[in-house]
Design a protein around this ligand. Sequence first.
Ligand code: C2E
Ligand code: MG
Ligand code: MG
Length: 766
Amino acid sequence: MVLHFFQSITLILALCWLQSVNTRFWRGRSVPAQVTSGLLFGATAIVNMLDPIWLAPGVFIDARLAVLGMACVFGGPLAGCLAVSMAVAYRLELGGAGAVPGAAGMLITALLGFAYRHALSRHWVRGGAPQMLGFGFLIHLLALFLLLVLSGLAPVSVLILSMTLMLPVVTLMLALLLQDLQQRSQANSALEESEARMRAITHAIPDLLLVLDEDGRYLDIVSPVQHRHLLYDDAARLQGRRMHDVLPTAKADRLLAFVRQSLLSRTPEAIEYTLDIGATHRTFEGRAQALDINLDGRKAVVMVARDITAHKAAEAEIMQLAFFDPLTGLPNRRRLIDRLTQMQARSAQDGTFSALLCIDLDDFKKINDLRGSAAGDQMLQQVACRLESFTRETHSVARMGGDKFAVLLSGLSTVREQAHSAASLVAGQLLEALRAPYQLGPNVQFSSGSIGIVLFNETFSANELLQQADLAMYAAKDAGKNTWYFFVPAFQEAVNSRLRLEEEIRQGLLRGEFHVHYQPQFDERGHLAGAEALVRWQHPEHGLMIPGHFIGAAEQAGLLQQLDHWVLVEACHQLAAWSGHPVMGSVPVSVNISAVQLHQGDFSTQVMGVLAETGAPANLLMLELTESVLVRDMALAIAHMEALRVHGVRFALDDFGTGYSSLSYLQQLPLDELKIDQSFVRSLPADTGSLVIIRAITALAESFGFDVIAEGVETDAQHTLLASNGCRYFQGYLFAQPMPAQALTTLATTLPRNERHAAASGIRRR
Ligand code: C2E
Ligand code: MG
Ligand code: MG
């Protein structure tokens, strides 16, 4: 019996080996694998039956149930059915009293085997050794029962021992061997799948994959062939060699340090390095992760090296575009601000003064207009070259935009005065360089520059410094150009107060702080002949302000148009309000018009709109223009004037004699009146030159058919002299100051009756 036990085990081992060969042979092909497997199990069961333990004639026992049971559990349905069919057929063929119980036992074993397989796949039962032993015990117990019942055999000890002890153990051994075989096969498949996935991944990533040991030895080059041109040497030659045998020492040192750092770190480490591969200089970004296991007994890392050469080139190009001026190649404003910020930090640390010089070319716009923008570009390039010759390690030059450049002088001195003179020296040299002639194509051009300088060693922001240098540069321009100015806080204060004023004007307009005063105008007989509307600002702090204090700021803030429009509306309302008044009802009102207003395309429509809205009589509205207003776009001015004149609006030329007085203007413009500027009046009677001009103006006005009015008449002497020289109308403090509308109404009604009557019956010139 013991011999039979070992025979069965030998057979089982042989079966397992064959089954293992079979599985490998038919890898991935389930049907042939199951068929062959069924044949193997069936054959083994039959071989088992060839040398059984005989219990009685026709009755024997063997290990077939163990083999068939396992065929059904591990071989699958096809293999199980085939094996059982073969074994059953053979047993029936052998015949004898045990044939039927034997065949029935095999069929029951097959059913139980399939049931157990199903239960295993659903995880209803476990596939451990006790369970397998239990399964073996169960099938053999059932077979024993059948044998005893169907063949009427006496329950001998050999039968009971074999069926309940030996054969269940044989079943367990077979089960364990087959299970191990199955697990190994599954592990192999998983490994193969994982390898296939890894292969696909390494092919898909455009990087080099290297496995390096702790001495920088190339253990493996996992990268696919198409990326191997990025390797420093042929992959086969690299394999097994150390980085120090292949790469330049400095590079190898750095990379080895990186590998060792990666081995110490738990997270992936990164490095950027360059290598000369063939004739090309390439930049790589390396990332390394330590392996969890040792390779050949040494620690190792996997390193992914990505070629970022193109990326770096693009980055450099972006940097060039972002930080350099394309025309001159000089650093641009942004770059200068970076540099300035660095210098500030250094200056603040070591206490040395640095200087920012803001350079603007004088009259560059004119040169550009005159010679064309190509020549302008050429000139800017030459300026850049000249300035660049001042670039040192501590000095830098930048183009801020347009014709504006900047020079930074760092670390001048810890003593302010010395830094001041060092910066002045450079400024002088820069101006001299800028004054040298420029060759623009066939032409030689002379030019100059104005420089604003700010010294710094404290923490002003870069933008503040640029602003201060700018202010100093504008001061240099104001001082006649071709010179330099250092920034002083007064420049900033002037700007601040102008900005404050602008804001106050804005607020003042919203809060209704502006008013219109009217200054009366008289004819030679002292009759009221008109009134000029003059804007006033009732400032909450400074009291009543005259236009000289805020018109300029309003213009710079872009508010003049709004202010002028408001004055026009206000004056028209007043005209309409006076319309029923016995005196004021026929007094024309003059309103000053600024350039921004007149150059609006719809100016005449706007005025007509205001007249219609307010109900003011158009023939009592006189608009005052200055010559400077006309210079900009004479044709447009004339068009507006003509359009308004049709409706009765009249025009005066204010401050006449101070501007670009030209006879052609007077001929073309549809004017009604010339206002002699107060500068001529003021110098009377002493200045005979002014008197000559006044005479010429009155004669000219006479010939063109214009009225003449003198402004700023303050003395009787002036009045008499003007009257005797052909001037018929007068405006000035001699008669009255500008006053509120109500005051003027009162004044008008207090005039002597005959004069008032004269005024009411058509005082107006023309
Ligand atoms: P303007 O149009 O030549 O106005 C005459 C200026 O001379 C007024 O100054 C007036 O007060 C002043 N004036 C009159 N008589 C005398 C005098 O006898 N002696 C002296 N020294 N000055 C006299 P104001 O009101 O300060 O206006 C100054 C300038 O502001 C005006 O010169 C005009 O160009 C401008 N302006 C006034 N109101 C407006 C306005 O609503 N819009 C615009 N765009 N400009 C205005
Ligand atoms: Mg005026
Ligand atoms: Mg004037």
